[in-house]
Design a protein around this ligand. Structure first.
Ligand SMILES: [Mn+2]
Length: 388
């Protein structure tokens, strides 16, 4: 009997339908359900929400723009800084190279922004890096070994962020992507006049940032005429109310220094035209930006399909070429034309290119034959005609 009693006792839990098992089983189902829902909800989050969540995980981040940043890169850096600020993350913006071209400098001045210029990765104080408008860090010492935590870009490429990557080559500007992020996050634009009088809440986009983003889109898409998707128009419409027209005008049409205008005038007056091609030598100048600006202007002349402007700066001949003729690959033209001169370089894309020749080496160096200035012009014409 005692034996049977013992058996009965030990059997007891399994004989009576065990409430603990049911409860535990039920709890497991509920917990799994909640976990599943969380995973599902995370997957469903918009790119803007995921980007903001990643940024918000850090106390401080470095936002890195590509070398010689353009308005699109600058606008995206400002947008990232705003998202960081709203999550109490300190963000510093860095770039390498220079902020050149008068529109780029006007962007920096009119929007009153503060960027740190670096030459090496050691100068970046924060441990965690976000790349905007490019997907692989370059242009500064140690750039190649940088492993960013997040990457947002519209250029094709292999670069990725450790925790977040959003690369959309279909878009004409990276600022388009950031406009969508703001929309994702429920941010709203605010009329610049109202903003000045009433300040702003935590979900508004300051007009200077909306203005920067629209100019980023405009300048990367030739004012919405080139390389656009419908996303650029959606972004423009989203930003519209928050645009400060006065600031936008000052960025888009900055005052030009007298020398740039004079160089443009000289490039046009002294042009040498052969068929659809023009070359202009503007001589010695001090503002290096004036050469590409003059090339842009010369290319707009009726009947001219490809141009090269050359001028002397700092003991070098600088070349800037433009082409709207599919038969003239400007990068290759410049590369071929300067190939005879030691230490010279030339190259670029089909429609635009640049180059430089040390004036001392025009006469040749070592085995190099060198060439005269007139020969250089002849070589440029020959290259444009496909005769080199
Ligand atoms: Mn861009």
């Amino acid at each position: 009997m005692p034996v049977a009693g013992t058996v009965a006792q030990t059997d007891l839990p399994s004989v009576i339908p065990g409430p603990p098992q049911v409860v535990i089983g039920g709890l497991l189902v509920v917990l799994l359900g909640i976990a599943g829902w969380f995973v599902f909800a995370r997957l469903l989050r918009s790119p803007g929400e995921r980007f903001a969540a990643v940024i918000g995980d850090y106390n401080e981040i470095a936002i890195v723009m590509h070398p010689n940043p353009d308005p699109d890169a600058m606008a995206c850096a400002l947008a990232t800084q705003l998202i960081a600020d709203r999550r109490d993350t300190d963000a510093t913006i860095y770039y390498s190279g220079q902020i050149r071209h008068h529109e780029n400098r006007a962007f920096e001045t009119v929007l009153d922004v503060d960027f740190e210029c670096i030459e090496s990765a050691d100068e970046i104080e924060e441990n965690d890096i976000v790349l905007v408008d490019h997907n692989e860090a370059r242009g500064f010492e140690g750039g190649e070994t940088t492993e960013p935590v997040a990457v947002v870009d519209h250029h094709p490429g292999e670069g990725t962020g450790e925790r977040f990557t959003d690369i959309r080559p279909v878009n004409g500007a990276c600022a388009t992507i950031f406009s969508e992020y703001f929309d994702n996050l429920g941010y709203e634009t605010v009329d610049p006049d109202r903003y000045e009088h009433n300040g702003f809440g935590g979900d508004t986009i300051p007009p200077r940032i909306a203005t920067g983003l629209i100019y980023g889109i405009q300048s990367d898409t030739k004012h919405l005429t080139n390389g656009c998707s419908s996303d650029e128009f959606t972004a423009a419409s989203f930003l519209y109310n928050g645009i400060d027209e006065d600031k936008l005008d000052r960025i888009a049409n900055p005052d030009m220094d007298a020398e740039s205008l004079e160089v443009k005038a000289e490039a046009i007056t002294d042009r040498e035209v052969r068929g659809p091609f023009a070359i202009s030598d503007v001589g010695s100048i001090s503002n290096i930006d004036a050469i590409p600006q003059a090339a842009d202007e010369l290319r707009r002349l009726e009947g001219i399909n490809a141009v090269v402007v050359l001028g002397d700066v700092d003991n070098r001949i600088k070349l800037s070429g433009r082409s709207k003729d599919d038969r003239v690959h400007m990068g290759k033209v410049l590369e071929t034309a300067v190939s005879e001169v030691p230490m010279a370089d030339g190259g670029g894309h089909a429609r635009m290119g640049g180059g430089q020749i040390p004036i001392d080496h025009m006469h040749g160096l070592g085995p190099g034959e060198g060439l005269t200035r007139d020969e250089l012009v002849e070589r440029l014409f020959d290259a444009m005609n496909g005769e080199l």
